[in-house]
Design a protein around this ligand. Structure first.
Ligand code: ZN
Ligand code: ZN
Length: 206
């Protein structure tokens, strides 16, 4: 099992979101068994936050391998499924941070008014550190609701051949090619050509 330090090293800084992702991935592996070596495990994440980096490192479900599916609903929900059955767990974050004391509330107010004094920054850093520790040490039951689920799995990643775009000459995967006037174009070139056409039309009209 990867350590939190290894996760921090990958992510570049330490933050509460990362701590959550670490705990989510740990809970998933506890419930489902080994880390994903290839594609046997699929993670479906419902946000684009720091947590997702921890999930990639710990679970082995990564964006590049295609066994990390990002559905950006802005929800703290993570589903882990096993191939080929599609059985797994849905982990939903239920943790509520303990209420802040008056001193900390005053500190946040100063921060939001633009105060970046050493005093304010130090207090915020300490607060963040306490929050991270609380997340790392909390009981799993206090952090998440975990349900067993069975879902349809997303298609396995495929290696596709590439051809050269007729406009920019750069290589593009065949399933992403769009044919415009019998020319094979990449998507940015299709946009440019369409934009140009509209521009030309506008010009003729004026
Ligand atoms: Zn972060
Ligand atoms: Zn192109």
């Amino acid at each position: 099992m990867k350590s939190f330090e290894e996760v921090v090293q990958f992510h570049g800084h330490v933050c509460p979101g990362l701590a959550f992702g670490f705990r989510v991935a740990q809970a998933a592996l506890d419930a489902m068994g080994a880390r994903s070596r290839d594609e046997e495990l699929v993670a479906v994440v419902e946000n684009c936050s720091c947590a997702v980096d921890a999930i990639q490192v710990v679970s082995g479900c990564t964006f590049g391998k295609g066994n990390l599916v990002v559905r950006d609903y802005g929800k703290q929900v993570y589903t882990f499924l096993k191939r080929p059955e599609g059985e797994g767990v849905r982990i939903s974050v239920t943790w509520i941070a303990p209420p802040e004391d008056e001193e900390m509330t005053a500190c946040w107010q100063r921060f939001s008014r633009g105060d970046r004094s050493t005093e304010v920054m130090r207090a915020i850093k300490a607060h963040k550190g306490r929050k991270i520790q609380a997340i790392l040490q909390a009981d799993t039951e206090a952090l998440f609701e975990i349900r067993r689920v069975k879902e349809q799995l997303p298609e396995q990643a495929r290696v596709n051949p590439s051809i050269r775009c007729a406009r920019c000459g750069e290589k593009v995967m065949v399933p992403r090619v769009t044919i415009v006037d019998k020319r094979s174009l990449c998507l940015p070139c299709v946009d440019i050509e369409r934009g140009n056409q509209e521009f030309c039309k506008g010009k003729t009209m004026s």
